[in-house]
Design a protein around this ligand. Sequence first.
Ligand code: ADP
Length: 505
Amino acid sequence: MMPETATFEMHPNLRKFLSAQPKRLWIGGKWVEARSGKSFETCNPATGDALARVAEADRADVEEAVRAARKATEGPWSSLSPSERGKLLYRIAELLEKHAEELAQLESLDNGKTIREAQKGDLPLAVDLFRYYAGWPTKIHGETIPVSVPYLPGARFFHYTVREPVGVVGAIIPWNFPLLMAAERIAPALACGNTVILKPAEQTPLSALRLGEILEEAGLPEGVCNILPGFGPTAGRALAEHPGVDKITFTGSTEVGREIVKASAGNLKRISLELGGKSPNIVFADADLELAVKGMFMGIFYNQGQCCSAGSRVFVEKSCFDALLEKMVERAKTVRQGPGLDPKTQMGPLVSQEQLDRVAGYVESGKKEGAQLLCGGVRGEGALSKGYFFKPTVFAGVRDEMRIAQEEIFGPVATVLPFESFEEVVQRANGTAYGLVAGVWTQDIKRALRLAQVLQAGTVWINCYHFVDAAAPWGGYKQSGYGREKGQYAIDLYTQIKSVWVDLN
Ligand code: ADP
């Protein structure tokens, strides 16, 4: 079952982690089989070979995890002081950092992403989330408000607010940044004193399970975090429906986001949704064009294009359209594809056969609708044909209403579109159901800031792309979701406010 990579020395801890199989669920502080006894395989997308067997949670396990998480809200966790909670989160950050190399390798193996991206992106960002939120428990507080009652003139009251945890948080996350997404939910939820049930994506359950071991090592009381790999329509749905879950935080497709909203209506769970995108990346002719090409490229091809924030609609001002398109295509043609663990690899495989088929389907639809395929458009050949590789793809001759310009592809497929005026590009950039992010490339600061005002997006990057930070809010406009994760905004998601009146008369 062990994957072979000619050029890579597997971390001994990772070897040990992978040799203990099947991997189990983490419920109430114990590593257990699924109640049903079922398990599923997760594979190495670079080869399609099995990587590990993992216990498959379903409704019965969710039931148990909810019981454990509820019990933990009343146990030692609730009496831990904010300062102790902060220390615990800090300890988790330290341990994650200590195990970063091993985790980066695991992430690369299970997801397919390049080791470099895992080492430089996913891991330090995940560590930073725990470190950032370690500072928060001591700073979550209420306020006093000068209240009065109109029909009791002169009466005196003391009023204060308290921020309390929401309770049991269900976190349903996707496969594109498995550990990072887990950290993004667990860190603020714990900082606010909640307990968590995490359902990682079925394609990439391993780093979440290793994170569970780290949480255990850090001394997290039992049941405070529970980790349940399983499938969406079973484990995910059971979590979203469960009356004992107080909040769902979800990242994934807009389609499943809608399902989550419906499923959670029974007990009116609090919900935050980070959904799909079809984000515009807009380049004006006065931009630093070298930088802009890098930004166009990284915007769509980072993580094989499997980013909700992918800059998949690249708008280029007409006067520099041909030149930039040519550079983009040139670059795309020379990308070195290979297993993520090979340090020479610049682009890994897609996560699964299903994803490969989906991306290929979109390319076919683009061709059928008359778009001009300039490079890529096919899966990897030769040694790459065993894995789920898809060549970096660039389309020109795209009309805004084509499916490849409207729907989220979630793969390495760029549509490059010319534009002529500011007003035109704003209208077209805003012309999809989504509103997650937007990129702007220009040296004219007034133009950049005017664009930042009118673009309907939760994040606008000016002369940069894909930058994120634990302190910066993240979330979408329109059908890209609601609620803001990260930064102080996440404190609102993971707490509820109590308003207390005291009669002083
Ligand atoms: P993607 O399209 O990126 O695979 P999905 O939205 O399908 O994203 O999946 C994101 C997460 O949602 C995964 O953990 C998946 O298992 C889960 N999921 C899928 N369908 C459902 C559902 N009906 N209810 C709850 N969770 C689901």
